[in-house]
Write a protein that binds this ligand. Sequence first.
Ligand code: 5GP
Ligand code: ZN
Length: 132
Amino acid sequence: MCVFCKIAAGEIPCTKVYEDEHVLAFLDINPVTQGHTLIIPKKHADDFTQCPSYLVARMHGIARKLAKHYDGILKPNGYHFLSNAKTAAGQSVFHVHFHLIPRYDATDGLDFAFRGTERHKLDPATQKKLHL
Ligand code: 5GP
Ligand code: ZN
């Protein structure tokens, strides 16, 4: 059983902030900002590419509710809602989870920025191929 399955089964303690039949949300043990929260399905899937869409939608719904709730308590100025899939993307626990990360300001401790460059631009033929 993976670590998040153990948390979902109550075998490893966590600081729960939400629970229903299918989804659990709890505070990250090593928070990158105050209120850093993980939202998981109780049923194991390795990452979001493997997780059924209805569960992803449900986790998104919970993230929205939690964000609204946190707004009144932690008073952040924004949020990240993201999921790392596979080692190359930084995934370290291989049970799908979404991070809900409150953001306060540029000095809140999280250095996260998209720095786009020309060298990542795809040639037109490849761009065309990407259309599903
Ligand atoms: P990833 O790197 O896979 O996107 O994120 C995994 C997250 O899970 C990390 O932020 C890490 O701190 C958190 N984490 C790992 N093990 C535990 C645990 O046992 N309890 C809690 N609450 N968080 C955990
Ligand atoms: Zn699991």
